[in-house]
Design a protein around this ligand. Structure first.
Ligand code: MG
Length: 349
């Protein structure tokens, strides 16, 4: 007879059947990282680290490949709309791997009853953004679900690009001593969406920073080449989450100087009112870069010559303290800069 000692029996911990997807799983912060690491990546055998876009070797060419869904609400907001955002979001993810974007696909998921006039307006915005970037939409899909099964319209774009010469940026390529650069002021997109959604009545509307960054990246690569180690657009989860992801992927630390992080006065006061940390607020036209010190001045100068990088600046440096992101505060103390943990603002992009 066999008896089982319950204290010695081992079996895999059961996956709780009561677990459900939370809004916070889409936040771009810690919960989303856990969802990817525990539920999605293991099933798909995804090779790490998680990048903005994948590089797929096809013969002699490295093709850069990325996809993104867009569910932002409201669909039209100060500084942009879901159509242009869907173009820029994917263009920017391609650019973060040093790619020249080449072509896009566009898929619509439409709810029955959606006004045709709004569909036309959104499509016109997609077309205008794609033309402005010089990147054609070459394929796509349309699906319609019943009333109530979706909220109006969701878009998905997929993009392909080819690497620029001498461009090798990767989330895992940061090294201690690298200079940390940011391309412009942070926090505008998240606060613009929030104020549009909640009608917070700020005196002047905050405008989203939604814009394409591939021209800026080409200028940076032109100035620094392979010394541009790491690029990330600080979207959901904000600058803090982007820095933490890069620190983790590169097994390095980051120290930023809080006073050097550009936060527009309006964003700062909106964040204060709403109890948000600007470092956690989403951006749609702002990147962070780790650049070898010998090329940092040249890359910074090239950024400032580009319309998308006029206000670029150095905000800190990469350290040898793996996974640790800290900020030197105004009074000279050091504080931990953590990833966004739960949900700050659903459907931000
Ligand atoms: Mg990205």
């Amino acid at each position: 007879m066999t008896t089982i000692d319950p204290l010695r029996a081992t079996c895999p911990a059961p996956r709780a059947e009561t677990e459900r997807v939370l809004l916070g799983h889409g936040s771009g912060g810690r919960l989303m990282a856990e969802l990817l690491a525990e539920v999605i990546a293991p099933e798909l055998d995804t090779p790490g680290p998680l990048e903005d876009a994948a590089v797929v070797g096809l013969g002699d060419t490295d093709v850069v490949f990325s996809t993104d869904g867009f569910v932002v609400t409201p669909r039209f907001f100060p500084g942009g709309d879901i159509g242009s955002l869907a173009v820029y979001g994917t263009v920017n993810d391609l650019a973060m791997r040093g790619a020249r974007p080449v072509a896009l696909s566009l898929a619509y998921l439409l709810e029955e009853g959606f006004p045709m006039a709004e569909l036309r307006a959104i499509t016109a915005s997609v077309a205008e953004a794609a033309r402005a970037c010089g990147i054609p939409v070459v394929t796509g899909d349309t699906k319609v679900v019943g009333r109530g099964a979706a909220d109006g319209v969701y878009l998905t774009t997929t993009g392909i690009g080819v690497r620029l010469p001498d461009a090798w940026p990767s989330a895992s390529a940061g090294v201690p001593g690298d200079v940390v650069l940011v391309s412009g002021p942070i926090g505008a997109h998240g606060t613009a969406i929030l104020s549009a959604r909640e009608d917070l009545g700020f005196e002047t509307a905050i405008t989203s920073d939604s814009r394409p960054l591939h021209g800026l990246v080409a200028a940076m690569i032109g100035a620094g080449g392979a010394d541009v180690h790491t690029l990330r657009d600080a979207t959901r989860g904000g600058l803090a989450s982007a820095l933490n992801e890069l620190a983790e992927a590169s097994r390095v630390g980051v120290e930023i100087i809080e006073a050097d992080v550009p936060v527009p006065a309006q964003v700062a006061s909106a964040c204060e009112l709403l109890g948000l940390d600007p470092l956690h607020v989403a951006n749609e036209g702002c990147l962070v870069a780790f650049v070898a010190p010998r090329s940092a001045d040249a890359v910074l100068a090239a950024m400032r010559d580009d319309p998308a990088g006029r206000e670029a600046r150095v905000i800190g440096h990469v350290t040898g303290d793996p996974g640790r992101v800290t900020a030197r505060t105004l009074v000279g103390a050091s504080r931990i800069v953590d990833m966004l943990v739960g949900e700050q603002l659903p459907r931000i992009c």
